[in-house]
Write a protein that binds this ligand. Structure first.
Ligand SMILES: Nc1ncnc2c1ncn2[C@@H]1O[C@H](COP(=O)(O)OP(=O)(O)O)[C@@H](O)[C@H]1O
Ligand SMILES: [Mg+2]
Length: 467
């Protein structure tokens, strides 16, 4: 962060200062006391399970200069230096807005969409880092806490901020864009993630499009030409529109001749106005090609040349865990851990990747529920089951009550001869597969985070040791 005195922090946040006004915060702003360090600021946030105020003493002991909190926090033998505010997230937003405003030389890019934000952000960051010091959030730091905390990491050395913007309702993205006004905006797709909370795909499109509405005329809106709801956002922005795509020949940045290797890693020809280049990704699944092309389009807007873009995409690795992690075990069984989250589009994409990896062999899917789909939940789970059966899996295991409709959907495909099973939890899923797997088999593990199937994937991935 740029250095700020406690007096400045109190002024920016409208808070009440307790402590030395000249004390200088030079380190990171954190909400997790375990990440607190010398010179930093600890923001006490009340979560569902814990109250950050209880961890303030630990943060101060670790070197935090002060605490941003809603009430004074006692630390041994004194009161911690603190700035007391009514609303800590709002105070973080105000601080982040100040820092972003104080760094006019930083180019800010926002990425949104229903699926693939983190993947695209990680790919884009790996390209843009070639241009200069870049700050991008770790994992999915994309909400009212993670977003300002990421912005606050910027300082005078920073040239680029690559931000992931998530929306669970109207106005969320507008709020995030006010914190750090983006000049570049990427919209990936409009899908069913959180569609239940929004009320439908058109409402999702309204909310995601808030990103392009926030862009200035001198900025660029980078839109997926293959998704009509995204392309239509061109009418909602003052910025120049740049299109990307895989299928659409009219898109200005495009992937052609997409092929997958035996582990499902895509290679393609990247077509740009400056020429074309061959790209082979290290990540898995055809569905990440649009993410890669979007990252390329953004890096190109920021000034990265085609050769660097292609080279950077070929070198890029997965930075955030549990998204299409493919592990081939010593015994020839392949495990796909895609347990970070799930919505109808990303489950279909993962099942397609599973089908590809299994080739003519057997594919198994362990699927937990897809969260936050609202009224469409049951029908969406049935559709996923039907899709899985059409992918001709050898076995389909639905984990947990909410995932059970997947089986009803699978049974709609009368010609399907695979095994379908509903189990209560991950341990039962592992039991069901035990002693069944043979060399050449491929197992996909996928669910929303709430289902916690990443442990199942981890156990499966290391099974070879037991054989
Ligand atoms: N363009 C895409 N279309 C469909 N699914 C995708 C796409 N890109 C990524 N995914 C899948 O969506 C899931 C979430 O990916 P992630 O990059 O974490 O997205 P987000 O940050 O938007 O939640 C993963 O299973 C990933 O494989
Ligand atoms: Mg994410």
């Amino acid at each position: 962060m740029i250095p700020l005195t406690l007096a400045q922090i109190a002024e920016i946040t409208g808070g009440q200062l307790h402590g030395d006004p000249a004390a200088l915060v030079t380190g990171e702003v954190v909400i997790d006391s375990r990440r607190a360090g010398p010179g930093g600021l600890f923001a006490a946030v009340a979560g569902e399970r814990a109250d950050g105020h209880d961890f303030a003493p630990a943060a101060v002991a670790a070197g935090a200069v002060a605490v941003l909190a809603t009430r004074p926090v006692p630390v041994p033998s004194m009161l911690a230096p603190s700035v007391i505010v009514a609303d800590v997230p709002a105070a973080l937003a105000a601080l982040a807005r100040f820092v972003a405003g104080a760094l006019p030389g930083v180019a800010i890019a926002g990425i949104t969409g229903s699926s693939g934000k983190t993947t695209t952000k990680d790919l884009a960051a790996q390209l843009i880092e070639r241009l200069g010091p870049t700050i991008a959030p770790a994992g999915s730091f994309n909400n009212e806490f993670g977003h300002p905390l990421t912005v606050l990491r910027a300082d005078t050395a920073t040239r680029y901020l690559v931000l992931e913007l998530s929306a669970r309702g109207p106005g969320h993205i507008t709020y995030l864009c006010r914190i750090a006004p983006p000049r570049y905006g990427v919209v990936l797709n409009v899908g069913h993630a959180h569609a239940g909370e929004f009320g439908g795909l058109d409402q999702v499109a309204r909310a995601k499009g808030e990103l392009v509405e926030a862009l200035p005329a001198e900025g660029a809106a980078i839109l997926n030409a293959d998704d009509p709801r995204v392309l239509a956002m061109a009418a909602r922005t003052a910025a120049r529109v740049v299109t990307f795509g895989v299928d659409d020949r009219a898109a200005s940045i495009r992937a052609a001749d997409v092929r997958l290797d035996d582990l499902g890693r895509p290679s393609f020809t990247l077509l740009t106005p400056e020429g074309s280049a061959a790209v082979a990704l290290r990540l898995h699944g055809a569905h990440i090609v649009p993410d890669a092309v979007a990252a390329a389009a953004l890096a190109r807007e920021l000034g990265l040349g085609l050769a660097d873009i292609a080279d950077g995409l070929c070198a890029a690795v997965a930075r955030s865990p549990w998204r299409m992690e493919v592990r081939r075990r010593g015994d020839g069984v392949t495990v796909i851990n895609d347990a970070y989250n799930a919505n109808p589009e990303s489950v279909a994409a993962a099942l397609q990747a599973l089908r590809h990896l299994a080739q003519d062999g057997r594919g198994f899917a362990i699927l937990g529920h897809m969260a936050e789909l609202g009224d469409t939940s049951r029908a969406s789970h049935e559709d996923v089951g039907e899709f899985a059966a059409r992918a001709d899996l050898a076995g389909l295991i639905a984990v947990g009550e909410e995932a059970a409709p997947i089986l009803a959907g699978a049974r709609r495909v009368r010609s399907w001869t695979g095994d379908a099973l509903a189990v209560p939890d991950g341990a039962a899923a592992l039991d069901a597969l035990a002693n069944q797997l043979k060399p050449g088999d491929v197992v996909l593990v996928k669910a929303s985070r709430a289902a916690h199937l990443e442990g199942v994937a981890a156990v499966l991935a290391r099974e070879e040791a037991d054989r």
